[in-house]
Every structure is written in structure tokens, then in C-alpha cells.
Design a protein around this ligand. Sequence first.
Ligand code: ADP
Ligand code: MG
Length: 241
Amino acid sequence: MVIDVRNVSKSYGDFKVLSDCNLSVNSGEVVVVCGPSGSGKSTLIKCLNGLEAVHDGFISIAGFNLTDQHADLPSVRRTVGMVFQNFELFPHLSVLRNITIAQEKVMRRTREEATDKALALLERVGLTTQKDKYPSQLSGGQQQRIAIARALAMDPQVMLFDEPTSALDPEMIGEVLDVMVELARAGMTMVCVTHEMGFAKSVADRIVFMDKGEIVDDVAKNDFFGGNASSRAQTFLRKVI
Ligand code: ADP
Ligand code: MG
């Protein structure tokens, strides 16, 4: 099991943002997390790589026990790739340098090794010709593909995505989803917060539906889309499809 979340709860003051959440993800599985705005999806994802502390319960990911207060968070973040809504590339670095810098500074690869890896990943996301540009010179869809390449450069065991296409103009969503589909088909373990139900239908193994801090559904894709989701999920689905 790559991810094991057991009885996780979290509050901000009196507000319960996560309520007794349980989730397990096996190697190679693709899990899509959806649910209304404010239901706790981002908080759950951030708890999975230690960006948010967990108050109650247990989380392990890629062999790290995150609820151990001595957890080695830098190693966790190296092993768990994360892609955010707003790309968060380094604006002052070229595309190539965005993908090589952590390889050199964190993974201790040589400049040559890091560059070879970056060029291979740029080819994988279809952006070889953009390698010397700066992030601001690229479209949103291109920036997000670079962000995915940058995360993959660390050879992560699992990739977490938090609404990777929701800040994009509609015509750019497909190019980012195509990269994610390719990654899923290549066997990457993935947890993706997204409302792109076409993506979910094509590559998800399971769909998790959250509402008000709870995991309401955690079911196989065919059950979810085949009418066997909770009534809360079905109401939600009617709004997003
Ligand atoms: P989602 O990603 O599903 O939209 P979030 O996990 O971002 O939901 O947020 C869940 C709820 O927690 C929201 O109501 C949000 O306002 C609240 N929340 C998130 N972060 C904080 C914080 N740092 N302090 C207080 N409330 C927060
Ligand atoms: Mg969110």
C-alpha cells in the first residue's frame, strides 16, 4: 500500500475540516477525489505530503509515517510529487533550470545527469522547444506541463494533483490531461483532485467523493458513474457533468 489514511480528523478552531477520513491507495492505482468547494479536498491532499499537520489519526505515504512528529518531511516531499492549481514554477529560472535545480540540490545529481533527465521529461510532456524560455513566456497549459515534468524529475513514488486544470483556459485543459493520462497508463500511483469527469472515466480506478470534510464515497469508477454513488455524490455529479 502506498497511501494509508486512517481515522484522520483535523479542525481549524471549531471548524472540522476533515472528519474521520479513511483512504488507502495501492501501488499503480489512480484515485480521483471530487466534491463541492470547501469539502476538504485540498486539506486532505496537503496532509498527504505533510504540508498540513494532522491532529488525529494516522497517515503513511511511500513508507513514511507522517503522524510521527519526527517524520523526515524533506524526504517525504522528495518522494511524493505534488502539482498545484497555480503551477508555482520558479519565475526567475528558465524552464530547463526549473526542472534541474532540485535534482542537483536535493538529489545530488550532476548538472549533466539533471539536464539529460530534464530533456527526456520535456520530450515526454511535448515541450522540448520551450526549454530556454521563462515561465511567464509560456501559456498556462505549458506551465502546468512543466510543473508536472519538474515533479517527475524527482522520480516520485506517488503523484498528488490538486485541481491541476482548474486555473486553465478551456482550450488548454486537454493538453494537461493528456500528460496525466499518459502518466496513469504508465503505472504511476496518483491521487488527483479534479472535476474533469472525462479524465476520471478514462483512467481512474476509484472515485472518492468528499462533502463537508467527510469521505462519503470511495467506490470503483464503474459503480460511481453507474448510479451506485451516494445521493449526495449524484447531486454533485449532475452539477459538474
Ligand atoms: P476544498 O479544496 O475541497 O475546496 P479546502 O480543503 O481548501 O476545501 O477547505 C476546506 C474548508 O476549510 C473550507 O471551508 C476552508 O475555508 C477551510 N480552511 C482551509 N484552510 C483553512 C485555514 N488555514 N484556516 C481556516 N480555515 C481553513
Ligand atoms: Mg481545493
